[in-house]
Ligand binder design. Structure first.
Ligand SMILES: Cc1cc2nc3c(=O)[nH]c(=O)nc-3n(C[C@H](O)[C@H](O)[C@H](O)COP(=O)(O)OP(=O)(O)OC[C@H]3O[C@@H](n4cnc5c(N)ncnc54)[C@H](O)[C@@H]3O)c2cc1C
Length: 409
């Protein structure tokens, strides 16, 4: 295979995974980051992951991510994939809706146990479950610790020969004769690779708007908290507690991490490429909301145990599917952006698929539902100008999906 040069813009999880999969197959890769590796939403992630998705293609794709997490657990120094299961907790009505997907999810390769309240409490003694609640434990699911995973993956790609440049902002994607020919950096330096990959997540439209290809995406503030350490490891899996609208998991240093997307989070219109997530304002209502939701569920968690807090952005395409793949209108450009609240679960497969688009011009799985070209005939401008809230977008999405909507990490 001829040597292929690739420039990747944005060193969060998506950029790192793309760099890994390209470099492992011999491509010459430069990864550009305007700040520090992982300083976007990636280092702020809850990193809870399940394979159980709302359609077959997404469930199969998540399975590929889990293949990669399992492999990374073997080949990355100082990284552990905590494959302890990822459990969804449902009330009766939610379970009835979710269970309509079980045949599809099994057929797509997932494995899970359905547990009643006493089975859950026996298996995970830190949880208190109502009699009418049901747990669906995804046996391939689990969690990672971004603070150890990001350095481990960065070290691996550097070992594979990737040039990682921090403090380097891309000012423009260079378009010549209808092709993306590379990037222009702040300061004027130009890089002209064979392929350009944009993995800037919530910053996508800060670059794409300037070349007339904005995406129909909206970004919202998302926060997560951790308790002070306990004496030993909390006895619970990674949990999407849909009955209460919160998620939680243990951490590597014996804390409990907690988050929620259920409050109406503030929308952030990306002001420009210079924006940094430290400029986000946390919502003072978030923590009281979460604590109220877990007071009966996780008796070990009390208000005065909360120790630390991180704030980032989750970025939603109009149809809640990430943007992964080439852009037909701009040959030479590939996207891996806007992963909703599930980018930790999507990024392994996203990087693999982008590497296959570039090196093979085809992918091992059907990835058409992620193609940025699905929005070719969509009224992106109207979507971006619409005055709406997070909950209205979620409700509209639920209506299109026969009532099934879950915040799926
Ligand atoms: C609080 C919180 C909790 C979450 N919990 C979960 C969870 O439990 N499970 C899950 O699966 N997902 C979760 N997510 C989502 C997940 O963390 C994100 O989807 C994922 O980290 C996105 O990774 P990324 O690489 O696409 O983006 P980012 O990590 O945001 O990286 C984009 C990078 O691009 C850089 N950049 C931007 N513009 C430029 C430019 N012009 N030039 C150079 N560099 C540029 C930025 O500095 C940034 O580092 C959570 C997110 C948040 C905020």
């Amino acid at each position: 295979m001829p040597n292929i040069e690739v420039v990747i813009v944005g060193a969060g999880l998506a950029g790192l995974s793309t760099a890994f999969h390209l470099a492992e197959r011999g491509a010459t890769v430069t990864l550009l980051e305007k700040d520090r590796v992982g300083s976007g939403s990636s280092s702020r992630s809850g990193a809870v992951n399940t394979m159980l998705q709302g359609n077959r293609a997404a469930t199969v794709a998540r399975g590929v991510s889990f293949d990669i997490f399992e492999r990374f657990d073997e080949i990355l120094d100082d990284y552990t994939f905590h494959q302890v299961g990822c459990m969804a907790i449902y009330d009766e009505e939610q379970f009835e809706t979710a269970s309509q997907l079980h045949d599809m999810q099994r057929e797509a390769g997932s494995r899970f146990d359905v547990l009643d309240s006493s089975q859950i409490e026996t298996r995970f003694p830190d949880l208190r479950i109502e009699k009418n609640e049901v747990g669906v434990l995804d046996l391939r699911g689990g969690w990672s610790e971004p603070d150890s995973y990001i350095p481990a993956l960065t070290k691996k790609i550097v070992d594979l020969g990737v040039e990682v440049r921090e403090g380097v902002a891309v000012e423009d994607l260079m378009v010549e004769a209808g092709h993306v020919r590379g990037v222009r950096l702040a300061g004027g330096e130009e890089l002209r690779p064979d392929a350009t990959v944009c993995t800037v997540n919530a910053w996508a439209n800060a670059l794409l708007d300037r070349i007339g290809q904005p995406l129909p995406v909206r970004s919202f503030v998302h926060e997560r908290f951790v308790t002070r350490p306990f004496d030993g490891p909390p006895q619970l899996p990674a949990t999407n507690d849909d009955a209460n609208g919160v998620y939680y998991r243990p951490t590597e240093d014996h804390r409990i991490l907690l988050g929620s997307g259920a409050m109406d989070p503030e929308e952030v219109r990306m002001p420009g490429p210079d924006f940094h997530l430290d400029q986000l304002s946390p919502n003072p209502g978030s923590l009281p909301y979460i604590l109220d939701k877990v007071v009966d569920r996780l008796p070990a968690v009390e208000g005065d145990r909360i120790d630390a807090h991180r704030v980032g952005l989750v970025s939603y395409p109009a149809d809640f599917m990430p943007n992964i793949g080439p852009v037909e209108a701009l040959p030479g450009l590939y996207l891996g952006t806007n992963f909703c609240s599930g980018g930790f679960g999507w990024h392994p497969v996203a990087g693999l698929l982008i590497s296959e688009y570039i090196l093979d011009e085809r992918t091992r799985i059907d990835a058409s539902i992620f193609s940025p070209d699905r929005f070719k005939d969509f009224d992106t401008q109207a979507f971006l100008e619409q005055d709406t809230t997070y909950h209205e977008i979620v409700e509209a999405h639920a209506a299109r999906n026969r009532g099934f909507v879950r915040k799926r990490h």
